[in-house]
Design a protein around this ligand. Structure first.
Ligand code: PAF
Length: 281
């Protein structure tokens, strides 16, 4: 497995690997890999001739410097995990390699970036779209893999690929969960023991929502019931619960008559956890 710290090392490594028209699968990550990432890697290995990954804690998608500083990192462990799955090349740039000191260009999916989680974390999706565009330009992958847990991120990336004619197939991969239902996330290690015990309430509230939708319910009362359910955990500080059209993220009201996505953001001080559920009707 080749580890490239610079863009030029990466370009020459990929040039050799790509010869004879080989397909390249890319798994972009911010490191501290868990089973969710490894599921993306395994799918990339199954569907491509060559698999590449990036490990880069992208500063431009963090609004809060403390969150960026505290983001967990373990490069050696990550590299061993990727090597064991048969990844051929990993890009591990430092921020000054990734971004020009006088960088002027950003990528923003206007409406999608500034609603929902984008309203909660201003600038976050602009940072994601910009860095992912740069990764697509550098790797020129055939396919790229992202978790469905970050549902709005996945839609942002699909939209930007469509709008900018980027020749890559964006593949969404279902959320991987702990046995108690908590969606896997690199942030989970920052939960206190008590918060870790309480956090599965998020997935439980989404399971409960499945039943409520099947019985016929309005958007407003579904939202209230999910909120009340999560709030029974005293450590849970519900930040937002949004029930939107599953494909456009347009807001909905009244009785639920089409496929929805429920997007939940809950803070277990100071860790913000997100989860989502698509429910087809
Ligand atoms: O989902 C992530 O880990 C990040 O947002 C991504 C896509 C690697 C961009 O930094």
């Amino acid at each position: 497995m080749q580890i490239c710290e610079t863009k030029s090392e990466l370009r020459s490594a990929l040039q050799k690997l790509r010869k004879d028209g080989k397909s390249v699968g890319l798994v972009p990550t911010m490191g501290y890999l868990h089973e969710g990432h490894m599921t993306l890697v395994r799918r990339a290995v199954a569907e491509n001739d060559v698999v590449a990954a990036s490990i880069f804690v992208n500063p431009t998608q963090f609004g809060n410097p403390e969150d960026l500083e505290k983001y967990p990192r373990d490069m050696e462990r990550d590299l061993n995990l990727l090597r064991a799955e048969g990844v051929s090349v990993v890009f591990t740039p430092v921020p000054s390699e990734m971004y020009h000191a006088n960088a002027q260009t950003i990528v923003e999916t206007k409406d999608l970036a500034n609603t929902l989680m984008g309203e909660l974390r201003p600038g976050h999706f602009r940072g994601v779209a910009t860095v992912v565009t740069k990764l697509f330009n550098l790797f020129q992958p055939t396919r790229a893999y992202f978790g469905e847990k970050d549902y709005q991120q996945l839609l942002v990336i699909k939209t930007m690929v469509r709008d900018l004619d980027i020749p890559v197939d964006v593949c969404g991969v279902p959320t991987v969960r702990e046995t108690d239902g908590l969606a896997m996330s690199s942030r989970n290690v920052r939960l206190s023991d008590a918060a870790r015990k309480a956090a599965p309430i998020i997935a439980q509230s989404l399971d409960h929502a499945d039943t409520l939708v099947a019985s016929g319910i309005t958007v407003a009362s579904l939202r209230q019931k999910i909120w009340d359910h999560i709030a029974t955990e005293t450590l849970a500080n519900v930040q937002s619960i949004d029930i939107q059209d599953a494909y456009t993220l347009a807001p909905l009201d009244g009785k639920i008559k089409s496929d929805i996505v429920i997007l939940v953001a809950v803070e277990f001080d100071p860790v913000l956890l997100i989860d989502q559920r698509v429910i087809s009707v």
